[in-house]
Design a protein around this ligand. Structure first.
Ligand SMILES: [Zn+2]
Length: 609
């Protein structure tokens, strides 16, 4: 959220205001225990559920979930942006906004986030300059061979990380960047000797930006056969895997104008697409499409065409991505690229016109799935037809609109020369199976057991967050036990990780100021809720150990489950060596779990008790 004023100014200003007095100007507050309560100003209610804490300087409504600090309150109540809220609060308190706060240079150096952007920008400039020096000759040649024009390379700020241990580090250190900042931003790593080493060496560099074009991280590609072929920035305060789309800053205008986004996989696909005028293209940055990426796209369009590689990995990515996009209510079509080519090669060899043609022929998802199944099974024989129909039934069952469903059934009947009645019968069968399964699952016992474990793990996560925030000494131990991996809930994970990264970067953040650092409103609300809930904190240390152990066990359970899936897969593929190896790994994890479980029992700790 910050970015406009220096962090010190923001935190100092917040410190001058007592949140209870401040909120009293808007509503009546009554003292209750340590806190104050009142009728929530953000939703209609008759019994008060709006809690304000004078100790923590935050508020939370247990009715509608809104929560935050004095800045969030102003933003929510008066519909202000964050910088506007800061200015208004400064005016109210009679605090002059220091003139140098407003000079761009000062802003850049002061505010943490801006400072990080600035360092990334410096690095991108460094890489870019290297590309055009003798050292970068091979990289430049590579780009030229891939058919990229100089203008395109500049547009995407492509660069080259030289084959040296510390050229970027020494350049940045000369520019007054600290060692800590280099590590925090994932630009350098500590070697075993304790010296700083450039993370990216001898790689073609792709700066990754957020939607407004600020550089949040980097992707680096090797020019030879070294592994890994692609190396991305690690998790940093600016960069998170699966939360961004490559090229969105350049594509967003076009996506709105053309009312369509084209989703691709690789950096080169997106860059080549833009060079050829396909300016609505964005990339998934090498991960399977995530829900956050889908939601990001939804800010600009509801119309998405996927254009992934023709290979099987690409096809799998397509299937998962399609399900996700559809679940979120987007209109999705699939563009098919001829076998053996990726979108980048297709564009280079066939050009814009052919790409447009292929784009117009993109298949709606249902048709695409049908097509794939018709390639997989023999539709001329009856068992092949039945296979195809059975695999499509779940898709048909999910189609919400009856008209659409009717259309698909007709299409299916025609393509397979099968009767519509028979297809309807299959859907009904599936439907009964579904509800039968549901009924079976809902026997009291299973549900109850499931509910219990969910609550225990959830409680443990909440308590642990609270403890980490209120007793920073335990942070290292929690990090060692698994850190953010311990949290299965995304929002808890975001709160934990933001706090962890800030403290790693040497910032001593107060709990009430952490609210200002969370970009995600949901995460802010969850944080205030956790901080103001009367949760099991009285027993201190014992609860903490139990929480940590519970979550370590949960994490082990997830790991064991993953390994079991891998094991089944390698058994299916007949890879005995691999499956035995995994089995041994599972044994180790199970032992670990056993010993954790016994400590949990010894302690007699029951979170619900
Ligand atoms: Zn409320």
């Amino acid at each position: 959220m910050p970015g406009f004023f220096s962090q010190d100014f923001i935190d100092d200003l917040r410190n001058r205001v007592n949140i209870v007095d401040f909120i009293r100007e808007y509503l009546v507050l009554k003292k209750q225990g340590q806190n104050y309560i009142g009728l929530c100003p953000f939703h209609a209610e008759k019994t008060p559920s709006f809690v304000v804490s004078p100790h923590k300087q935050i508020y939370h409504c247990f009715g509608c979930g809104k929560g935050g600090n004095v800045y969030s309150f102003l933003m929510e109540k008066d519909g202000l942006s964050f910088p506007e809220a800061v200015v208004q609060l400064a005016n109210r308190c009679g605090v002059p906004i220091p003139q140098d706060e407003l000079s761009p240079d000062k802003l850049r150096q002061n505010s943490l986030r801006e400072r990080y952007y600035h360092i990334n920008e410096l690095s991108a400039n460094f890489f870019q300059k290297m590309l055009y020096e003798p050292k970068g000759k091979r990289a430049l040649q590579y780009l030229q061979n891939r058919g990229l024009a100089e203008q395109t390379c500049k547009l995407f700020q492509l660069g080259f990380a030289p084959d040296s241990w510390d050229q970027l580090c020494s350049f940045l250190l000369q520019n007054k960047v600290t060692e800590k900042e280099l590590i925090t931003l994932g630009l350098a790593v500590k070697s075993q000797k304790g010296t700083l080493v450039d993370r990216f060496r001898n790689r073609l560099m792709f700066p990754i930006t957020n939607a407004s074009g600020k550089i949040i991280g980097f992707g680096g590609r090797v020019l030879d056969d070294t592994q890994p072929k692609y190396l991305n920035s690690p998790e940093t305060p600016l960069f998170s895997k699966g939360k961004h789309l490559y090229g969105l800053n350049l594509a967003r205008g076009s996506i709105r104008n053309k009312e369509q986004a084209i989703l691709m996989e690789g950096y080169m696909d997106v860059i080549t697409a833009h060079q050829h005028g396909v300016t609505q293209a964005v990339g998934t940055l090498g991960t399977a499409l995530t829900e956050e990426q889908c939601k990001l796209l939804m800010r600009y369009t509801y119309n998405v065409v996927t254009c992934f590689d023709a290979d099987t990995a690409g096809q799998k990515a397509t299937k998962r991505g399609l399900d996700l996009l559809q679940q979120l209510g987007l209109k999705v079509a699939v563009m098919t690229i001829p076998e053996g080519e990726d979108p980048d090669e297709f564009l280079k060899n066939q050009g814009y016109e052919e790409f447009q043609k292929a784009l117009l022929q993109a298949y709606p998802v249902f048709e695409y799935n049908l097509l794939k199944l018709m390639e997989k099974y023999n539709r001329d024989d009856i068992s092949g037809k039945i296979q195809i129909i059975q695999e499509l039934v779940p898709d048909l069952y999910r189609v919400q609109s009856p008209v659409k469903r009717q259309g698909y059934i007709q299409m299916l009947a025609e393509r397979l020369s099968f009767s519509e009645q028979a297809i309807y019968a299959e859907i009904r069968k599936f439907q009964t199976g579904q509800s039968f399964n549901n009924r079976e699952q809902s026997t009291k016992n299973t549900v109850q057991r499931k509910k219990d474990t969910v609550t225990a793990a959830d409680t443990a996560q909440r308590v642990l967050i609270r403890l980490v925030l209120e007793t920073p000494e335990i942070l290292l131990e929690v990090e060692k036990a698994g850190g953010k991996e311990l949290f299965s809930n995304d929002l808890y994970q975001e709160i934990y990780q933001t706090n962890y990264l800030l403290s790693q970067a040497g910032h001593n953040i107060k709990v009430e100021d952490l609210v200002t650092h969370l970009e995600n409103e949901e995460a802010r609300q969850v944080l205030t809720e956790i901080l103001l809930s009367d949760e099991l904190l009285k027993e201190g240390k014992r609860i903490y150990q139990d929480c940590l152990t519970t979550l370590e066990i949960e994490l082990l359970n997830r790991k064991i489950e993953e390994k079991n899936i891998l094991m089944t897969q390698s058994e299916k593929n007949g890879d005995v060596t691999k499956s035995l190896k995994i089995m041994a790994e599972v044994q180790v994890l199970i032992k670990e779990r056993q010993s954790l479980l016994s400590t949990l029992k010894k302690g007699g700790g029951n979170l619900e008790g």
